[in-house]
Each structure stands twice: as C-alpha cells, then as structure tokens.
Design a protein around this ligand. Structure first.
Ligand code: C2E
Ligand code: MG
Ligand code: MG
Ligand code: MG
Length: 286
C-alpha cells in the first residue's frame, strides 16, 4: 500500500509520528476486541427537512467507547479500520445496528430514513456489495449510503457497478463531504447519486462573507440542476439555518439542530419535537 509506505518513511525522521504509528498498532488490536465486546456503538444525528418542516432522517455515526481512552473519535479509527481492512466488519455492524434501531423507531411510529457512511473502497469488492445488499433488504424504512470520494475514482468500473446495484435496490447514494476532495466535479459527473452533502467547512465559513455564501448557494443550484437534493452539514446556528433556507437547501444537519446521540436519546428527542415545535420548525425553503 503506497499511502502506508509513505507514512512509514516519514516516521523514520519524526519520533512523534513513530509513537503515533506504534499506538496505531495497539489501537488496531483493540479495535478487534471492541467489536466482540460491543464497545462500538452507533449514534444518530437528526437531519431536518426544510420543506416538511421536521426531522425525517438521521445519520448513523460510529462511536468507540474505549475502557481507558474514553470516547475515541471515528476520525482516528475509521482511517485505521480502512487501512487494516477492519472497515468491512465495522460497516456491517453499524448497518445492522442502524436497521435494528430504525425498526425500533418505526414500532414507535417514527418513520426515519437512515444514512450510513460507506467507505468508498468497499465498493470495489463485489462480494461485499452483495453482503451489504442482503442486509439492506431487511430494512423497514428508507436507507442511504454516504460515500466519500476516494476508491470510486481508483476503480470506477467496479465502483460504479456497485452504486448502480444499490440504487436499483432502492437505496439512496449520497456524496459526503462534497467540495473537499481533489476532483469534486468529475466525481459529480461520474456518480449517479441522489444526494449531495456540502462539507461543513463551507457551511461554517458562510458567516465570513458574501463570497463564501455565494459558493454554497451555487453548489445548491448545481446539485438541483443535476436532480439531486442537498444536505448542509455543520449547521451550528440560527443564522446558518436561515441562510440555507433562503438558498433553497433541502436538508440541514448540525449541532444547531441536534448533536449525534444514542438511540434512546433520539427517541426522547423525537417525542419532544412532536410535543413542542422547535424554533427551526417554522423555517421552510424559499
Ligand atoms: P461525516 O460523515 O461527514 O459525519 C459528520 C461529522 O461531523 C460527525 O463527526 C459529526 O459528529 C460532526 N458534526 C455534525 N454536526 C456538526 C456541527 O454542527 N459542527 C461540527 N463541528 N461537527 C459536526 P464524527 O461522528 O466524529 O465522524 C467523523 C467522520 O468519521 C464522519 O464524517 C465519517 O466520515 C466517519 N465515520 C463516522 N462513522 C462512520 C461509519 O460508521 N463508517 C464509516 N465508514 N465512516 C464513519
Ligand atoms: Mg457522513
Ligand atoms: Mg459528511
Ligand atoms: Mg464531514
């Protein structure tokens, strides 16, 4: 693996990086037992639908509740899981948890579309695609796979075939963290996705000025022109919520609506929304 070799080379000159590498080996080991010990949990972050004026969807985000390290961020271990192949088991676990929790919410009367993050490199494994499809077939509600731009471009033929299989099965495909990759436009051209998620860095910069806001507005228009709906990530405050409504954004996700939370907290949260409309419930897209 070229990326790994590059990292090892750097480590030879930087003792701090070396420590991190050694720690990664330990983490990888512990990650395997975390799966068995059920220390990997799935949190859910609500997605607000501007047109309907309520939360209709949620994104599943993995959490590692480590015995001595505390909560380890997926930013740290998802990359590690990808490099070691452990991402395969991890993703199936998250997917199964998500389907279980979606069914539970449905039994309570909440029909929530669920998004699961799906590492791009999984798309190039045909057997894994079939395994994923078999699990998704059990879903009691809408499912969406959020894909970041990496491996699809490395092996476009196989990657695209997988995406087409998912779409044909009624599973939505979403382009996650849009705008941060190196070739966003060719990626957009290539992948038949139903949703585009604007990376939170762009949303959080909207307060800076007109230029930043125009970039978000133009991205929304571009996606709409291609028949896609748009979710804004990292919506942290009322200003961003209102700005995005004015731009015709379809969905908003971020701390300004709710933080990722365990399923029992989500249940309580959804009940509270029903009982009492929130400040943003009145905001609809222009
Ligand atoms: P992502 O898919 O872009 O997920 C959104 C991340 O932004 C989450 O971080 C979420 O907690 C955070 N976030 C949400 N709203 C806000 C906000 O208003 N402000 C700020 N500052 N942050 C916000 P998290 O949970 O740490 O996940 C980080 C990344 O790890 C995810 O980015 C995703 O790429 C990856 N990841 C998480 N769970 C999974 C998983 O189950 N499978 C795979 N393959 N990757 C995952
Ligand atoms: Mg995501
Ligand atoms: Mg994202
Ligand atoms: Mg992101």
């Amino acid at each position: 693996d070229q990326a790994r070799t590059a990292k090892v080379k750097t480590a030879a000159f930087d003792p701090k990086t070396y420590d991190e590498l050694a720690d990664n080996v330990l983490l990888t080991d512990e990650l395997h037992s975390a799966l068995d010990n059920e220390d990997l949990m799935t949190f859910y972050q609500p997605k607000y639908d501007y047109r309907l004026g309520r939360v209709t969807a949620a994104e599943a985000l993995v959490r590692w509740d480590h015995a001595t390290r505390g909560m380890v961020s997926p930013q740290r271990f998802v990359l590690l899981a990808e490099e070691t192949g452990f991402i395969r088991d991890l993703t199936l676990l998250v997917l199964k948890n998500t389907l279980r929790d979606q069914a539970y919410l449905k039994s309570l009367g909440f029909d929530i579309a669920m998004s699961v993050n799906y590492s791009g490199r999984l798309l190039t494994d045909r057997d894994y695609t079939e395994q994923t499809l078999a699990i998704c077939a059990q879903a009691t509600g809408k499912l969406c796979l959020e894909i970041t731009e990496t491996a699809v471009i490395e092996d476009p033929t196989v990657g695209l075939a997988a995406i087409e299989r998912f779409v044909a099965a009624g599973i939505e495909v979403s382009l996650d963290d849009f705008g941060t990759g190196l070739s966003s436009l060719s990626y957009l051209k290539m992948i038949p996705a139903q949703e585009l998620k604007i990376d939170r860095s762009f949303i959080m910069e909207m307060e800076k000025g007109q230029r930043e806001r125009l970039l978000v507005a133009a991205t929304i228009n571009l996606a709409h022109g291609l028949g896609m709906k748009v979710t804004a990530e990292g919506v942290e405050d009322d200003t961003a919520l209102a700005l995005l409504a004015g731009m015709g954004c379809d969905m908003a996700q971020g701390y300004g609506i709710a933080r990722p939370m365990p399923i029992d907290a989500l249940e309580v949260w959804l009940r509270a929304c029903e009982a009492q409309p929130r400040k943003y419930d009145a905001l609809t897209a222009q």
